[in-house]
Design a protein around this ligand. Structure first.
Ligand code: PLP
Length: 432
């Protein structure tokens, strides 16, 4: 202690970084993500100057896109090299240097690694699942646009992503080469939206729309904003997580001119919440763009109550709202990352009531065949008799609640009341 008071801030930082406190085995001490980033950058990209490292175009150009490049950075046995090359023939690899540095390379089950690094299971288990389970292609009204719900549409403006997430729902797109939707196709989508006054919410997705140049993205936003019935624009992007350097002032200034815009991003693990990623989100937030998070429930990444709490508490500290937790889609090449719905339900149950309601995302399953998203939650309604509803709370204690009779029903419309009873009975059956 006495020594610390005479030590400069910098030394203290290095001291706490290098030295394990006595009695704690190294494996139990989780390295803060920003520190891991710093160390890995030094180790793998030590000669890269800040100017390049902080330039998103450098990050994009220097993605790791082959097993050869990967094996120059980390040790891969000949056997691994051969099998991973087979995997990447079907499902290519792409990792930004930044994201690569968030991986704990000493841990083969590292949660960040599992999202980025190809594994043999992707093709070994292949053929079980489908390429496009959500039938987005069938639901396309004009090329690149999915109109599934009455008041909102999804525009797929590019298939380019800085990183190929191993759990990607649009893995099928990776082999088609890289494309950006040309202006005449954007115009067809814009015409479609213009001709349907019910559309009040336009979601710009991909690929990653923030890989477009700021000017190209501005062209799209500008066109959407010529349609008076479009109220909000949403941008779905993993760029704040995998290439936060992209979130520069020029982009943020541009976006702030086309609001209200909502940004949905995709953090899956607390180790992705580096200072860089949080700063990127903060920049967006300060331009009046709320940031929400859509994560995917992934085996060995975030499929525990503790993992989810760490993630969601970290998100709230960064002022990002946990919006959805997706049950992983039935996409070919992702089976090894999927979990059961029962597990997902238990995780959400372990969060609700135990922590801030704001930290609990809505757990949803996007139904195969284009059925859309449905929320999943354990039932807290235990039973019902004579207008008494019995609930259990988050601790498992039961409480009763007196349900008022619907005014219309008590005024003699017994047929209607019966329907309510039947409805309730159905719900109870469904809950069990
Ligand atoms: C997810 C999705 C939306 C948006 O759904 P919200 O529940 O409003 O976030 C819209 N269209 C399609 C096709 C989608 O998959």
């Amino acid at each position: 202690m006495a020594q610390a008071s005479t030590t400069k801030q910098q030394d203290l930082f290095e001291f706490s970084a290098e030295e394990e406190p006595p009695g704690h085995p190294a494996t139990e001490v989780e390295e803060p993500p920003s520190l891991r980033l710093l160390r890995n950058r030094e180790k793998f990209f030590g000669s890269v100057p800040d100017e390049s490292w902080n330039d998103w175009k450098w990050q994009f150009r220097n993605r790791i896109t082959s097993i050869e490049e990967l094996s120059k950075l980390i040790f891969l046995s000949i056997h691994d090299q051969v099998s991973l090359r087979l995997v990447t023939e079907k499902f290519p690899i792409s990792i930004t240097p930044y994201y690569f540095c968030l991986i704990n390379h000493d841990n083969s089950n590292d949660p960040v690694r599992r999202q980025a690094m190809p594994v043999y299971e992707e093709i070994a288990l292949s053929g079980i699942l489908s390429e496009d389970p959500l039938e987005e292609e069938r639901d396309s009204v004009v090329p690149g646009m999915v109109h599934r719900y009455p008041d909102r549409v999804l525009m797929v403006v590019t298939d380019i992503c800085p990183m190929f997430c191993r759990h990607c729902t649009r893995k099928r797109e990776w082999r088609r080469g890289r494309w950006v939707r040309p202006p005449h196709e954007i115009d067809r989508m814009i015409d479609y939206i213009r001709n349907d006054p019910k559309i009040r919410d336009v979601i710009i997705s991909g690929g990653d729309p923030l890989t477009l140049s700021t000017r190209h993205l501005e062209d799209i936003l500008k066109k959407i904003r010529t349609i008076p019935h479009v109220e909000i624009i949403r941008i779905g992007s993993r760029v704040p997580v995998v290439m936060p350097q992209r979130i520069d002032d020029e982009l943020c200034d541009m976006l702030s001119r086309y609001g209200p815009i909502w940004l949905n991003t995709h953090f899956n693990h607390a180790n992705e919440l580096t200072d860089e990623a949080k700063t990127a989100c903060d920049k967006i937030l300060r331009r009046g763009i709320p940031v929400n998070n859509q994560s995917v429930l992934l085996a060995g990444v975030n499929d525990s109550v503790e993992g989810q709490l760490q993630l969601c508490h970290g998100l709230l500290r960064a002022k990002i709202r946990p919006y959805y937790l997706f049950q992983a889609d039935e996409v070919e090449g992702t089976e090894h990352l999927r979990t059961t719905v029962e597990k997902g339900l238990r995780i959400i149950e372990g969060m609700r009531g135990h922590t801030s309601g704001l930290a609990v995302p809505t757990y949803v399953i996007d139904l195969p065949g284009g059925g859309g998203k449905v929320p999943l939650q354990a039932s807290y309604l235990v039973s019902r008799a004579d207008g008494q509803l019995i609930f259990r709370n988050y601790l498992g204690k039961t409480y009763s609640y007196h349900n008022p009779r619907p005014a219309a029903a008590s005024a003699g419309r017994s047929g209607r009341r019966k329907t309510n009873d039947q409805q309730m009975a159905l719900e109870l059956v469904a809950a069990k």
